[in-house]
Design a protein around this ligand. Sequence first.
Ligand code: DGP
Length: 125
Amino acid sequence: MPIDATLPYDDQNIFAKILRGEIPNNTVYEDEWALAFRDINPQAPVHVLVIPRGAYVSWDDFSANGSDSEIAGFVRAVGKVARDLDLVESGYRLLANIGIDSHQEVPHLHVHLFGGKPLGPMLAR
Ligand code: DGP
């Protein structure tokens, strides 16, 4: 079910539980600002989710309310994950779903990082 990204943060969401170590994940990178792990339902040879450590529902929440340090740390982490996975030369795609029309399902900001093959058109027609 898509979530309403204007609702308050729910600290029982699945990514909050992953951040607290209550649910296992396949981590590819972590630092002070971000955690990156493999998507449970990969849609490309490389499909990684990068999430900030802070409690933000969506890109909208984060961009409005995140501190400069959190935003800088998160954006740098996303770029580092792609470099660490050797995706810069071949190319990759970033995607963040925000709210109902985008079909965001997990109410903790996550950026999808796709790569490992030609990814085709940006949106299904
Ligand atoms: P979105 O529709 O943008 O909210 O995408 C949510 C993604 O999260 C979806 O691709 C599947 C993934 N996902 C959901 N639950 C889990 C989980 O428990 N572990 C991992 N690794 N990924 C999950």
